[in-house]
Design a protein around this ligand. Structure first.
Ligand SMILES: [Zn+2]
Length: 487
């Protein structure tokens, strides 16, 4: 952006990383330096404290310990399941033990789904088993399974354009192969084959639906994830093939052979299941009603142990809170940790949060979720709409420059899926963009386990969360259209 990050960074890194030491050195000189500097949105004490938090996080945080504990002691935790309830108990115990304020569960009811069994095989022309997994929410097949001929589509658009006669009575297969990017930006596009595809196929008379996993790996762990049935199309069973199995299908089809598939899904719907958002706070010392929200989602898919998605985020944001609390200085505003429930099945926790906290959303100063695995942060962006917000953002970026985080020029709202309902309600967001080149190798698969995470990368994320959460919570700055008064 437009500010002098390098100059500010040099200035900040000249400071001793301790608040007490800072007080002993010439505060007057620092203040006069800052008074001449239009970047002075954060006080020198607050900035020095942020630098100290950053350096402590980089020296080693508790993030890895927390995600290891969650994924070992709870394991997979599907939304609305007994395992997700155990995850809430785990979180409540952990957050109480760490001494946070206002630790609580905010329960909500939801329609849940259970996977019991699944499978698929090629019956003809070359009989063999396939590595598949049911998409989240898939209806079951008959107990004896379902057999039909396959009709292949390279992309979802091809399926959308298909004549119903070519699809009717068949299992529709959509390849729609996802590509690898640093920021995961193609997920939204490829994802539609999973979410919307089953009903598009069913609307043309398909009896079953198969996709190439929405993932970038070449292992045989298929990727699950939610589908979304339309109200006006029949509900058909839907499965994802691993990438090598999708290749196999396409290779056989390329030879001009007709392919007969047998698939089976055993699943059930669980109405009126329980979920909840687990919350903890560091209360603000001046304006406790004004809130900076950080967090991650506590639920995971059922195949792996949900380390990358999203145990990493739970570890990162909880460790950042712990670091701020342990440093002993309360920020002006409240920092609230929210561990959302039932994200994977439609942001249900985030919607419940918005409803429950509707009256205080105006006082939500900033929000950010960690939900893109454990890779290092390389960029920070924020949707600031004020000059003050821009200045404070420049301060944040300057402190983070030392750990390899560059300020981005776009200021579109973002900050993680659980923030979307809050964005719609006007809450500003800040996004720490992580390197996600390997994220879609793992997420929503049985291979999403804690050995894939790197403690030093998690610590760098903790540093970034602690720095921005502290600096924003310790300021008077508003990022919304109206400038905040400096009281
Ligand atoms: Zn996630």
């Amino acid at each position: 952006m437009k500010h002098g990050y390098e100059a500010m960074s040099t200035f900040i890194h000249g400071l001793k990383p301790s608040y007490l030491q800072l007080k002993k050195c010439s505060l007057a000189l620092l203040l006069s330096t800052l008074a001449n500097d239009t970047l002075a949105a954060a006080s020198p004490e607050s900035l020095a404290h942020a630098v100290m938090l950053r350096d402590r996080a980089m020296a080693g945080s508790t993030a890895m310990q927390i995600v290891t504990s969650l994924t070992t002691e709870v394991g997979p935790r599907l939304a609305g399941s007994e395992a997700e309830a155990r995850a809430r108990d785990w979180a409540l115990a952990l957050l109480n033990e760490k001494g946070f304020a206002n630790v609580r569960n905010e329960p909500f009811e939801m329609d849940a789904w259970r996977r019991h069994a699944e499978g698929a095989e090629i019956l003809a022309p070359f009989p063999q088993p396939l590595a598949v997994t049911a998409l989240g929410g898939s209806v079951p097949t008959a107990k004896s399974g379902m057999t039909a001929e396959l009709v292949l589509f390279e992309t979802l658009d091809d399926l959308k354009r298909a004549r119903p006669e070519s699809v009717e009575g068949r299992i529709a297969y959509v390849s729609h192969a996802m590509q690898r990017t640093q920021d995961g930006s193609s997920y939204g596009y490829f994802n539609e084959a999973r979410t919307a595809g089953p009903s598009i196929a069913a609307g043309k008379g398909a009896v079953g639906y198969l996709i190439r996993s929405v993932g970038t790996d070449s292992h045989r762990f298929p990727h699950t994830g939610s589908l979304r049935y339309d109200a006006d199309a029949p509900r058909i069973p839907a499965l994802a093939l691993s990438n090598p199995d999708a290749d196999q299908i396409e290779r056989i089809a390329a030879g001009g052979e007709r392919i007969r598939i047998k698939m089976n899904v055993d699943s059930s719907a669980v109405p009126a299941a329980q979920s909840g958002n687990v919350i903890a706070e560091i209360p603000g010392r001046e304006r406790p009603d004004e809130i900076v929200v950080i967090g991650a989602h506590l639920d995971s898919w059922d195949l792996g142990t949900g380390a990358v998605d999203d145990g990493a985020g739970v570890g990162i944001t909880t460790a950042a809170m712990e670091l701020i609390k342990e440093a002993g200085l309360a920020p002006r505003r409240t920092i609230r940790l929210v561990l959302w429930g039932a994200e994977e099945v439609g942001l249900l926790g985030a919607r419940a949060y918005r409803e429950r906290h509707a009256a205080s959303l105006e006082q939500h100063v900033m929000g950010s979720e960690s939900d893109f695995g454990g890779g290092r942060v390389w960029k920070v962006t924020a949707d600031s709409k004020t000059e003050q917000g821009d200045q404070l953002f420049a301060d944040i970026a300057a402190v983070l420059a030392r750990i390899g985080v560059a300020p981005g020029s776009d200021d579109l709202p973002g900050g993680g899926p659980d923030l979307y309902p809050l964005i719609a309600a006007g809450v500003p967001t800040l996004r720490l963009h992580q390197d996600g080149r390997d994220y879609f190798d793992l997420h929503h698969t049985a291979d999403d386990t804690v050995d894939k995470l790197d403690a030093a990368s998690l610590d760098q994320n903790v540093a970034a969360f602690a720095v921005f959460a502290w600096l924003i919570a310790d300021s008077h700055v508003s990022f919304r259209g109206v400038e905040a008064s400096d009281s």
